[in-house]
Design a binder for this molecule. Structure first.
Ligand code: RRO
Length: 285
């Protein structure tokens, strides 16, 4: 079971990653990275008021090379602390993604989360168009170094047929051993004092009780669509504030958990609280 940050939350700078290394998360996830560094969209691009969490970050990141450099420099510490490094990859083309994955494998990265579901780029996220998603995945994963394990960061699918199609496809992709449900919901709009809270107006909605319900529904459906012997884990991401939310995720079928908004709001003590809750449960009569 992995308990770690959601890609994009407190994981963009080396300082952020160093904090995660010192936290009680048992994995460290990077910000989704591209071939070259990106500044992302204009500020304000994040808003959280306890009810809504919305962002239009726009894939701000240091570029994949910087995250690989951090990994190489911290490899021994990660090992000492028993932590898994997960490179979140959001290349803008098939060739960008192939290149990043090969370079990651060369320096010993073992686990990647492939994010083709960013809600804040122009046009439809690749993973929402399931035919295009299949073409991209086949092209990216073909000839991949065998050492790499791949998780897929999925969007929210509102059509149950898409869930069946994606689950069946995932089962045929040997490198893929997990799916993460889910990325933030695209095209949200929040006003404060009559003004949009984001410079770009629209953004991805994550966190909160509604997102938790949506994500639990995705976890539940993917767990059933994959079946018990698929060897593909379902990871819950969205609306986790504490141990009770993790328990609900387990009931729906999740085996790993990523914390986003609650990590931004409360800091890494959230991991301690979740472990304490789960340990308490384990030893309670
Ligand atoms: O950077 C972002 O705007 C972003 C990404 Br890559 C993502 O996957 N999900 C999200 O809510 N924001």
């Amino acid at each position: 079971m992995f308990l770690c940050n959601a890609a994009g939350c407190k994981c963009t700078t080396w300082g952020d990653l160093d904090c995660l290394l010192e936290s009680e998360a048992n994995a460290v996830m990077t910000k989704s990275c591209t071939l070259s560094p990106r500044d992302g969209n204009k500020h304000p691009k994040y808003h959280d008021d306890g009810v809504h969490s919305i962002n239009s970050n726009g894939l701000e990141n240091l570029g994949y090379r910087s995250y690989l450099d951090w990994y190489v420099q911290r490899k021994d510490k990660l090992k000492e602390r028993g932590k898994t490094f997960i490179l979140s990859v959001a290349g803008r083309s098939i060739t960008d993604n192939t290149h990043i994955l090969r370079e990651a494998a060369k320096v010993g990265v073992e686990r990647v989360e492939l994010n083709l579901s960013c809600p804040n780029l122009d046009g439809c996220p690749v993973s929402l168009d399931v035919c295009m998603y299949r073409d991209w995945l086949l092209a990216i994963l073909y000839g991949l170094p065998v050492s790499l394990k791949i998780g897929l960061k999925l969007p929210v699918y509102c059509n149950p047929k898409d869930i069946i199609t994606v689950a069946n496809m995932v089962k045929t992709l040997p490198a893929v051993d997990s799916v993460t449900c889910s990325n933030s919901l695209p095209l949200g709009l929040v006003y404060r004092d009559g003004e949009p809270v984001l410079e770009r107006i629209l953004g991805g909605c994550g966190g909160g009780d509604t997102m938790k319900a949506v994500v639990l529904g995705q976890v539940y459906q993917f767990t059933r669509a994959l079946g018990p012997d698929s060897g593909v884990d379902v990871v819950m991401c969205g609306g986790i504030r504490g141990g009770r939310d993790v328990e609900d995720g387990m009931k729906a079928g999740a085996t790993s958990f990523q914390v986003g908004t609650a990590l931004v709001v409360r800091g890494s003590s959230v991991f301690h609280d979740i472990w304490a809750h789960l340990e308490g449960d384990r030893f309670s009569p």
